[in-house]
Design a protein around this ligand. Sequence first.
Ligand code: IVH
Length: 666
Amino acid sequence: MTAQERIEQLRNELHRHNHNYYVLNQPEISDKAFDDLMSELIALEEANPDLKDEASPTMRVGSDISKDFVQVGHKYPMLSLGNTYSEGEVNDFYDRTGKALNEPFDICCELKYDGTSISLTYEHGRLVRAVTRGDGEKGDDVTTNVKTIRSIPLVLQGDTYPDLFEIRGEILMPWTVFDELNKEREAREEPLFANPRNAAAGTLKLQNSSVVASRKLDAYLYYLLGDNLPYDGHFENLQEAAKWGFKISDATRKANNLEEVFQFINFWDTERKNLPVATDGIVLKVNSIRQQRHLGFTAKSPRWAIAYKFQAEQAVTRLNTVSYQVGRTGAITPVANLDPVQLSGTIVKRASLHNADIIESLDLHIGDMVNVEKGGEIIPKITGVDLSARSFMQQEKVRFITNCPECGTKLIRFEGEAAYYCPNESSCPPQIKGRIEHFISRRAMNIDGLGPETVDMFFQQGLIKDAADLYKLTIDDIKGLERMGQKSAENIIKGIAESKNVPFERVLFALGIRFVGETVAKKLAKAMQNIDALEQADLNKLVEVDEIGVKIAQSIINYFADESNRGLVERLKNAGIQLAIAEQPDTVTSDKLAGKSIVISGVFAHHSRDEYKAMIEQNGGKNVGSISAKTSFILAGDNMGPAKLEKAHKLGVAILTEDEFLNLIS
Ligand code: IVH
């Protein structure tokens, strides 16, 4: 047998064993035997790199190469479902559908899996792309990460699948994996995931796919899209897809009357608690695709389907105390401390009370028996009080504090806002620390090696009082502090120094001006170009900027009216932080594309469209919008439209791939 033949044999066998184990839950061979086959394949592929295959089972182990995700447009938008919460609403949906169709119809009843949705594209039976929902129109290409999910087939079985189709479903983190992961994170003092949905979504966006592989995600598929699906029935197509190797829920049923629909709902309302993954309701879909087409879509969701959401689980327990936390903006969050109680599989000791109005409207008293509810978050909320359980002798009413629990300053409330604030921005410790933590965070200055605990320690030691102080730190200042050796100290100082290259828009976000999030910071940076212009801008000038309203503008003015903020900015400037937009190198760097008219089309892997446009211009070329006989060539990414392709062929215009283009100008 040649190496190539053995490789193919191993790949087929491993695909089959994967399916047996992860989809059918019926392994035929031991883990050890599986690992041995895998090791043999890895070794053979390493020895024969020319036989590499993107769909090989070895691709599932992931790699530690980081790359930012490329955005890909969805061929069919990814919509959401209309939600219903009562039997009455399900009735209405059924009646409405019957009237609109005016003929008999079946309903496919499915579980509503509570994970993160994914769209998979298969071409000639091979997984070619996996894209997140994103904004519904376009999402992130997470193919490398998705390949690590063993229950998603890389290569399909049988021969009844269409040449090209999409299949959508939900990526899930099983409860056991979720609990384990949070336990590990707790031990490492890392923030916990609120629920398996967030954990699955967070995992899918990790840059390092070998970590994704270790997180043991699972996936159920529930929606096929394509021109040549085998049947008109959605249920029948799903059963067929199971034969191709997809994990289709065993729970899925076809109902031909409303009674059967309610039987399904009632059964799963309790039975879902025994499932290994989270579900938050039922999905009802008109089964015939022809009928689905007839019913069509509203702007947001299909008319042929609805979700029925399960009631959140509740428990009753005693309220012992209320404590108050101070955030980085000075906002005070009240937290209820409860008698521990079991709720949806975890023990609950604390619940969020949101704000003073909620406490008031519940008329909370210490010692009250309260209803707690988990709405898919780890921190549950209090939804009611059992007044009949309140005794006469009882108990003081919960009164919102009037002074900051950390620094004693009298709290204030801004007009039209629910939250109370501690106004002592300059010396209330959690506010100072919170601002520095925000400054160093990943989406802001992204300073390597620094985290909340280290910031806390530097603050306690009197080494830093604001973000600018970070840039004065030396290795000698910090080495020798708790758990801080020479190497860690060097790393931190290096990370701080490197943050001087972070672009202006992120610095602006890092300052933590109220209401200036990432998007607003981008808009402001572009419009104002530098911090001095922003500082001097008046209200009129600020509201001229796209998406900046009076509330944001006023907050910016307030920020710069404060002398200590101006001082901070000045010291950041002196430290060499980027407080202006970097000069765009818009000068022509070569004439390799001189005289050429170039059309850009499709979706790209290495650079954004804007970057390609800039490259064309920097090399003396011209980017034009539509194809004509004068077009020199088309720079084509994936998914170039068929109409464009045909036109290019007709006019004999050359098509260059990304790599060919990059070679041309390199
Ligand atoms: S069908 C056009 N079926 O719920 C609608 N969705 O609010 C296509 N979901 O984004 C979705 N289980 O992430 C469908 N059996 C199921 C589902 C399901 C969970 C999620 C999905 C979707 C959201 C809709």
